[in-house]
Design a binder for this molecule. Structure first.
Ligand SMILES: Cc1cc2nc3c(=O)[nH]c(=O)nc-3n(C[C@H](O)[C@H](O)[C@H](O)COP(=O)(O)OP(=O)(O)OC[C@H]3O[C@@H](n4cnc5c(N)ncnc54)[C@H](O)[C@@H]3O)c2cc1C
Length: 318
C-alpha cells in the first residue's frame, strides 16, 4: 500500500509531469495544498524528447529539454511536492461540490482520494511511422514550427500534413525559410479555406499532392527526404534541413472520456479564461485542454492558473 494513503483525503493531486504539472505543483505547494504529483509514462513530458528549447523565457542561451524539466522537478521538490513514479490507470470523479475524487494507480488496490485534481496529461504528437523520425527529433525533425523554425532561417524545409495545423506551420515558416515543400497524402488540402487561400498566394510554398515521405536521409541529422508520389508512381529526393510533421496530436484524455466534457478532438473543455472543467474540484492545464497554442510556456501558465483555481475552490469548504 502506498504511504500517501495514510492521510485519507488529499487536497491536490496532479496528474502529469510536463511544464503544466510542475508549474501547478510549485504554486499548489506554496499555497500549502501539499500536492502529490504523478509522473506518468513520460516523466518530464514532451520536452524530454527534444534537444534545445530556445523560446522558454529566462534562459537567454536556451536550455536542453531534459535539463529544463529536471529543473522544474527540483523546484517542485524544493517546496515538498510528493512525486510518485506511477501511471494513473483510472479515475472516479465526484459530481458533488466539495466531493472526493478517487485516482487509481497501476494496481487496482492503489488509489488516492483527493478533493482537488489537476489534470496535466498533455498530448502526444502523431508520428509518420518511418525510419529515423524518432532518432532525428530535434536534429531536423520537429513537431513545432514556432519552436524550431528559427533554426532553418533562409533554408529549405518540408512540412507534412494538409490540415489547419500544417497550413499554419507553412504560413509561419514561409516568412522565415527560403523554400517550403508542403507534402500532402491526398489530392486536396483539408484546412480551412482562408488558410488555403493564404498558402496558395505564397511564392515560396510548393505543394506536393498525392505524396508521402518514405525515407529520412542523413547519418547524424536530417539532410533530406525521399518523397513518393502515388499518383504517378515516382520518387524524388529533396534536400531539406527541416521536416515538420503536422499530422495531428492526440490528447491524453482516454481515462477521463466518459466523465469530463471533451471537445470533438478529444481535448478537455474548460470554462473560458480558466481551468475549470465540468466536475467540481477538477481542473485541466496545458496541452490536454489546448489544441491551439501547445507551448511549454502556455502550459506552465495554465498550470499556475489551475493551482490558483483549485486554491480558491478549496477555500469555499474550509
Ligand atoms: C519534439 C518536441 C519539441 C518541442 N519543442 C518545444 C519548444 O522548443 N518550445 C515550446 O514551448 N514547446 C515545445 N514543444 C511543445 C511542448 O513540449 C508542449 O507544449 C508541452 O510539453 C506541454 O506541456 P504539458 O505539461 O501540457 O504536457 P506534456 O509535456 O505532454 O506532459 C504530459 C505529462 O502527462 C503524463 N501523463 C500522461 N498520461 C498520464 C497518465 N495516465 N498518468 C499519469 N501521467 C500521465 C506524462 O507522463 C507527461 O509527464 C515541443 C514538443 C515536442 C513533441
Amino acid at each position: 500500500m502506498l504511504y500517501i494513503l495514510k492521510k485519507k483525503i488529499q487536497n491536490c493531486v496532479i496528474i502529469g509531469s510536463g511544464p503544466a504539472g510542475y508549474s501547478a505543483a510549485v504554486y499548489a505547494a506554496r499555497a500549502d495544498l501539499n500536492p502529490i504529483l504523478i509522473l506518468g509514462n513520460q516523466p518530464g513530458g514532451q520536452l524530454t524528447t527534444t534537444t534545445n528549447v530556445d523560446n522558454y523565457l529566462g534562459f537567454p542561451l536556451g536550455i536542453s529539454g531534459n535539463c529544463l524539466m529536471e529543473n522544474c522537478k527540483k523546484q517542485a521538490e524544493r517546496f515538498n511536492t510528493i512525486i510518485i513514479n506511477k501511471i494513473v490507470s483510472n479515475v472516479f470523479l465526484s459530481n458533488k461540490q466539495g466531493g472526493v475524487h478517487r485516482i487509481f494507480l497501476e494496481k487496482k488496490e492503489e488509489y488516492i482520494d483527493s478533493k482537488g485534481l489537476i489534470i496535466a496529461t498533455g498530448s502526444s504528437p502523431k508520428f509518420l511511422g518511418i525510419n529515423k523520425e524518432k532518432k532525428f527529433l530535434g536534429l531536423g525533425v520537429s513537431f513545432c514550427a514556432t519552436c524550431d523554425g528559427f533554426f532553418h532561417k533562409d533554408k529549405e524545409v518540408a512540412i507534412i500534413g494538409g490540415g489547419d495545423t500544417a497550413l499554419e506551420e507553412a504560413n509561419y515558416l514561409s516568412k522565415i525559410c527560403k523554400k517550403i515543400y508542403l507534402i500532402i497524402r491526398k489530392d486536396h488540402l483539408k484546412g480551412s479555406k482562408i488558410l488555403q487561400h493564404h498558402i496558395f498566394q505564397k511564392s515560396n510554398v510548393n505543394i506536393l499532392f498525392c505524396s508521402n515521405v518514405t525515407e529520412i536521409i542523413g547519418d547524424n541529422f536530417l539532410k533530406g527526404i525521399k518523397v513518393f508520389n502515388h499518383k504517378y508512381k515516382t520518387s524524388n529526393i529533396f534536400s531539406v534541413s527541416g521536416l515538420f510533421i503536422a499530422i495531428g496530436h492526440v490528447p491524453n484524455t482516454e481515462i477521463f472520456s466518459n466523465q469530463l466534457h471533451l471537445n470533438e478532438k478529444g481535448y478537455i473543455v474548460v470554462k473560458r479564461g480558466s481551468t475549470i472543467t465540468n466536475k467540481p474540484g477538477v481542473f485541466a492545464a496545458g496541452d490536454v485542454q489546448d489544441s491551439h497554442y501547445r507551448q511549454a510556456i502556455t502550459s506552465a501558465g495554465t498550470g499556475c492558473m489551475a493551482a490558483l483555481d483549485l486554491e480558491r475552490y478549496l477555500s469555499l469548504f474550509k
